[in-house]
Design a protein around this ligand. Structure first.
Ligand SMILES: [Fe+2]
Ligand SMILES: [Fe+2]
Length: 160
């Protein structure tokens, strides 16, 4: 059974990001399937981690280019998720403890849709407001910092 199903709700209408998110879901499912078969799931998990590092770094480059503060709650959430994922690898490799793997599988499946629909969607909105082109890395509207919120992740739960 899939760990997480791709659905229209996850589409943010930014093809490069939607593609990356589809890959994330696929890699999470490969990891989950490997666990279900009782095979060594660490390589699949490390592939997911490597992909997630790139995925978050791409979003953080876009945040920097569109005027988010370096410390904002969207990037903090990325950092927290990467920390957890790296800890899971460390537990498996250094301590021989693989019990966190099925737990992180469920946690990532629960976490991802909310993150995409709130924080990633807010980032896409800001990029659109700024006329930001992910291919060139340029904003057409460099003076609209006030409109872009200049800082926050766009989430109402965020204090920025
Ligand atoms: Fe994302
Ligand atoms: Fe994100």
């Amino acid at each position: 059974m899939s760990t997480l199903n791709w659905s229209e709700d996850l589409v943010l209408n930014l093809p490069v990001l939607d593609h990356t998110h589809e890959e994330f879901v696929q890699l999470l499912n490969v990891f989950g399937d490997t666990l279900d078969r009782g095979e060594d799931a660490l390589p699949a998990f490390k592939a997911l981690l490597a992909h997630t590092e790139e995925h978050f770094a791409m979003e953080e480059r876009w945040m920097a280019a569109t005027g988010f503060e370096p410390e904002n709650c969207h990037s903090s959430q990325h950092a927290m998720v990467l920390n957890v994922m790296r800890e899971v690898v460390r537990y498996a490799e250094e301590l021989g403890d693989r019990e966190p793997m099925p737990i992180v599988r469920q946690e990532l499946a629960q976490w991802f849709p909310g993150h995409a629909e709130m924080m990633d969607a807010a980032l896409v909105y800001t990029m659109q407001q700024r006329g930001f082109d992910p291919a060139s890395g340029e904003c057409q509207e460099p003076a609209l910092e006030a409109l872009a919120g200049a800082s926050g992740c766009g989430s109402t739960s965020c204090g920025h």
